[in-house]
Design a binder for this molecule. Structure first.
Ligand code: UD1
Ligand code: CA
Length: 449
C-alpha cells in the first residue's frame, strides 16, 4: 500500500538557545530532520511532505539536500500539531493509501518500528506509536480499553487519574490518507493550550465508529530533542546503535565506544576499525580495509585491502583504490590514489591523481593553491616521489619517473625521467670548526657572559 510521509518541523526549539532551527542541529553528522527523513524513507513513500515554520528557508534547503523530491509546505503560525498537518493537506489530495506523521526533532525511530505501525493498519483505521514512559512527565497519555485506543489526552487537559497512565504518545501516527485529511479538518482548539491537537483525531475516529490502535516501541526510540543536553543524549544513543550495527554486520571495532559514525557511514564486512576513529558524512569503507587509530574521515572511499592511519585525515574526494597504504600524519583531499599507492608519512595530497604502485616519500606536498585558484597534480604509475618534494601545481609527473629528495618541482617531468630541483650541495672543509672557534673566543673576551 502506498504511503505519504508528513514530517512536522515548524517548531522553534526555544530551549536549544540557538540561532539555528532545532531540526538542523546535528547528530551523527546529519541534521535531526535528515534522521527522521531517513527512517521514513525506508518505507519507500510515494511522497514526502515537510512542514516548516521557524527558519523555514534553511529547513527547506536541508530537507531538499537530504531528499531532492520532498515537498515543503509552510506553517506561518505554530497553532498546534493538527494545524501543522492541515498545512500538508493540499499535498495529500489524490494520494491513496496511508499517511504517516513523524516529527523532525525525533531522530531515533527505527524503520522496523514504522513498518510495525503500518502492519497494524490492517486492524485499525488509525494507529499511534506509544511507549511505556519511565517518567511520563508532560507527554500525552494513551487512554485504552483492551487493545483499542479510545483517545489521547494531553497532559495539560488530563485528570489526576489520567496523569497516572504511563503509556504515552510518541507523536508518530499512521492513518488512511483520506481519513486523516477529514479528521484533521474537524479538529478544534477548545483545550487548555488553545492549540489544534493532532491527538484529537483518535477521539474523532472512535466517535465515527472506527477502530484506533497502539503499537509500542522502546522509549529510547521516541526520544525528542528539545535541549542541548538532549541533543548530546541523542548523539550518544545514535552512536551506540551505529556501533552495535557495525559489530553485527561483521566489522571489527577494537574499542567501539571510541568510534564515531555518521548517519550515512557504510563499512563493509571484515573491515577493521581501530580506536578513536571519527567518520564524518559520506564515507564508504569496503570489506577488509583497515582504519588505524586516531584517523578522521569524511566524503571519501576506501577500497578493499587498503590501510589508513594511524593519525591520517581523509577529506572530501579522497578515493583510495585497493591495497593503497596511507600512513601517519597524511592528509588527502580530492585526490584519486590508484591501486597499491603508498603514502607513508607526513604528506599532503590535494587535487591530485596518483597512478598505480607509485610511492610518495615522507614530507611530500602538492602545492595546489596559489592563493586564488586550485590546481591539479597528476602523477603517473610506478613513480618514486623522493622525500620532501614540493609539487607546485599544475604539474605532471610521467610514469616510472622519479623526483630527487627535497625538489621543488615547478614544471612537468617526462616518463622515466629523474628531476632534481634543488640547490647543488657545496662543502666547505673546516668551516664549522673555524666558525665556532671564533664565536667562543668572542664570548671569552666578554668575560664568559
Ligand atoms: C506532542 C503530542 C503529545 C506527545 C508529544 C511527544 C500533540 C497535541 N501532543 O506534544 O501527545 O506525547 O508530542 O513528544 O500533538 N509542530 C509543528 N507545528 C506546530 C506545533 C508543533 O510543526 O504548530 C511540531 C514541532 O516542531 C515538533 C512536533 O510538532 O516537532 C511536536 O510538537 P510539540 O510542541 O513538541 O508537541 P508536544 O507538546 O511535545
Ligand atoms: Ca515535544
Amino acid at each position: 500500500m502506498p504511503v505519504t510521509l508528513i514530517i512536522l518541523a515548524a517548531g522553534q526549539g526555544t530551549r536549544m538557545n540557538s540561532d539555528l532551527p532545532k531540526v538542523l542541529h546535528r547528530i551523527g553528522g546529519a541534521p535531526l530532520l535528515a534522521h527522521a527523513l531517513a527512517a521514513g524513507s525506508a518505507l519507500g513513500p510515494e511522497k514526502v511532505v515537510v512542514v516548516t515554520g521557524h527558519g523555514g528557508a534553511e529547513v527547506a534547503a536541508a530537507a531538499r539536500e537530504a531528499d531532492p523530491e520532498v515537498r515543503v509546505v509552510a506553517q506561518a503560525e505554530q497553532l498546534g500539531t493538527a494545524h501543522a498537518v492541515a498545512q500538508a493537506l493540499p499535498e495529500l489530495q489524490g494520494m491513496t493509501g496511508d499517511a504517516l506523521v513523524l516529527y523532525g526533532d525525533t531522530p531515533l525511530i527505527r524503520p522496523e518500528t514504522l513498518e510495525a505501525l503500518r502492519e497494524a493498519r490492517a486492524r485499525h483505521a488509525v494507529v499511534v506509536l506509544g511507549f511505556e514512559a519511565a517518567d511520563p512527565g508532560r507527554y500525552g497519555r494513551l487512554v485504552t480499553a483492551g487493545d483499542r485506543l479510545e483517545r489521547i489526552v494531553e497532559f495539560k487537559d488530563a485528570t489526576d487519574e489520567e496523569r497516572d497512565i504511563t503509556l504515552c504518545n510518541s507523536g508518530v501516527l499512521c492513518a488512511d490518507a483520506g481519513l486523516l485529511a477529514e479528521l484533521v479538518a474537524a479538529v478544534g482548539n477548545d483545550n487548555a493550550a488553545g492549540e489544534y491537537y493532532l491527538t484529537d483525531v483518535i477521539g474523532l475516529a472512535v466517535q465515527r465508529g472506527l477502530s484506533a490502535g497502539v503499537v509500542t516501541c522502546a522509549e529510547a526510540e521516541t526520544m525528542g530533542v528539545n535541549t542541548r543536553s538532549e541533543l548530546a543524549a541523542a548523539e550518544a544513543a545514535f552512536q551506540a546503535r551505529a556501533r552495535d550495527e557495525a559489530l553485527e554486520n561483521g566489522v571489527t571495532l577494537t574499542a567501539p565506544e571510541t568510534v564515531f559514525f555518521a548517519l550515512d557511514t557504510i563499512v563493509g564486512r571484515d573491515a577493521v576499525i581501530g580506536p578513536n576513529v571519527v567518520f564524518g558524512p559520506g564515507v564508504t569503507i569496503e570489506s577488509g580495509a583497515e582504519i588505524r587509530p586516531f584517523t578522521h574521515l569524511e566524503g571519501c572511499h576506501v577500497s578493499r585491502g587498503a590501510t589508513v592511519g594511524p593519525f591520517a585525515r581523509l577529506r572530501t574526494g579522497a578515493e583510495l583504490a585497493e591495497d593503497v597504504h596511507v600512513g601517519n600524519f597524511v592528509e588527502i583531499k580530492n585526490a584519486i590514489l590508484d591501486e597499491g599507492v603508498k603514502v607513508g608519512h607526513l604528506t599532503y595530497l590535494g587535487d591530485a591523481e596518483i597512478g598505480e604502485r607509485t610511492n610518495i616519500g615522507a614530507g611530500t606536498i602538492t602545492c595546489n593553491y596559489d592563493g586564488v585558484f586550485k590546481h591539479r597534480t597528476k602523477i603517473g604509475a610506478r613513480v618514486f616521489i623522493g622525500s620532501d618534494t614540493m609539487l607546485v601545481a599544475p604539474v605532471r609527473i610521467g610514469d616510472d619517473a622519479m623526483t630527487a629528495t627535497g625538489s621543488v618541482v615547478t614544471a612537468d617531468v617526462p616518463e622515466g625521467a629523474m628531476v632534481v630541483a634543488r640547490a647543488r650541495q657545496e662543502v666547505k672543509p673546516g668551516f664549522a670548526t673555524r666558525f665556532f672557534e671564533r664565536l667562543r673566543a668572542q664570548k671569552a673576551a666578554k668575560g664568559g657572559k
